[in-house]
Design a protein around this ligand. Structure first.
Ligand SMILES: [Zn+2]
Length: 91
């Protein structure tokens, strides 16, 4: 079971990151946190090779930031105790 962290993941909006912009990989969605956030959603993230917009769409569609990470992400059960504040995204 995952525990709440201080920082919200820019991709899945769960509080899953102990720090920001340190290239930590989110256990919930497998986005690598290179500092990209909603204000740069349409720039291709060099660490993730996709835009944050696409990562967020992917998480909404199938529960991982990228198809390749699907087998690595936390299960719905594992993330069920984790706080999430979903942020609206417009582009
Ligand atoms: Zn995440």
């Amino acid at each position: 079971m995952l525990r709440d962290e201080q920082n919200q993941c820019p991709c899945c909006d769960y509080y899953s990151l102990a720090r920001r912009s340190a290239h930590d990989v989110c256990p919930v969605c497998y986005w690598e946190d290179d500092g990209t956030d909603l204000d740069r959603m349409n720039e291709v993230s060099s660490a993730n090779h996709i835009t944050l917009f696409t990562g967020r769409q992917n998480f909404g569609a199938f529960g991982a930031s990228d198809q390749a990470a699907l087998s690595l992400v936390a299960t719905p059960d594992e993330r069920s105790g984790l706080r999430r504040e979903q942020r609206a995204t417009y582009h």
